[in-house]
Design a protein around this ligand. Sequence first.
Ligand code: SF4
Length: 100
Amino acid sequence: MGCCGKVGQIVDGYTRLVTDTVRITRRYEFADSCIRECQKCDKRYWIARSLWCSLCKCFVPAAARAKDKNCPLDKPAWKKKRLKREQELLKTTNKGDNND
Ligand code: SF4
């Protein structure tokens, strides 16, 4: 992935983190399970009280909320998130095919 994709994921993740925190929108369904997965992972590290991934170098609470962000190890909670995203993309693609 190029740097533009990574920047998009960062913006997406931080935007969802802020809206979740101030409860503007419905809570992102995969955030809590992905964060719990990271808390148990041996690739995580803490800076002060902030949780980070040593493989992707991401701030986990934001990464867990970014739709297109995946776990480098494809851990189960993250895999669920990725599979749901892929299903949504497939549905969108199939809808586009029906319009032809
Ligand atoms: S994103 Fe994946 S590899 Fe990184 S800390 Fe979380 S579970 Fe571990």
